[in-house]
Design a protein around this ligand. Sequence first.
Ligand code: SF4
Ligand code: SF4
Ligand code: SF4
Length: 270
Amino acid sequence: MRRQLKRLLSQLLSVGIANLGASGIKTGLCYPFFYCHSCPYAVAGCPLGTIEHAFYKGKISIPLFLYPVLIIIAIASIFGRAICGWLCPIGLLQRATSRFSRKNKLSKRISEKVPQTVKNKLRYVKYINLILLVIITPHLIGFMFTDICPVGFLVGTIPISILNYGEFVPNTFFPIAAVIFALFIILIFVSERGWCRYFCPLGALMAPLNKISLIHVSVDKDKCIHCNKCVEVCPMGIDVPNMHRSPECILCGKCIEVCPKKIISYKVGR
Ligand code: SF4
Ligand code: SF4
Ligand code: SF4
């Protein structure tokens, strides 16, 4: 079976498992990917929401912090950011919208106008989001990320408001969350995997582990003919021929498939 089809099946299976709550199953566990516990059909909890709880209003709970973090570290130490490429439902959503963002003329124009250095710097925003919104803000003020999270709005607020039509009472953050959600939708339609590249705090938690993961994508640079085919297909906008264990790589394998010299491969070990 072709790799991208396998990846699609894996992502769809993951969405199905994430929503097993529809059949009454509630595990009390934590997802290893980005999905919201406020989804009416959620079978587990959001790892970011769990970290927020661990720091809630100065009452630090080390076990609650370590629980999602160690799950992510354990998986990403072996598979790198394959969670993003093969499992995360929000990755699947952006896989769908990338068909539009790749062809859209406006997004091409925006992409050409923004210098590469700016794009590279923007990628650090996700680390700021992780530290500021998921750890420091809950510690000092209370929940913030959970209240404004566009993923929570998509899979939690929207279905809940539909299922409880007429009874749904929005909280005070609702207008801000709605604006952020609208920006999120625009972003993923104009920038391929824009949320993953620039803003996702969970991606930020996994990204450094690409540097040490057992499995990673490797390029035999000496044999490269600089055709750039790998760069053209990479959903994360990576300079593939020059990458070495890029923190941005989601191990999707698209570059492996298009390289005419067959010099890109999954590698196990160093
Ligand atoms: S970066 Fe975040 S949203 Fe994107 S695939 Fe990874 S966990 Fe999911
Ligand atoms: S470098 Fe290759 S495997 Fe990694 S994200 Fe880009 S296309 Fe996918
Ligand atoms: S597709 Fe292969 S040969 Fe072409 S630039 Fe990428 S690594 Fe080099």
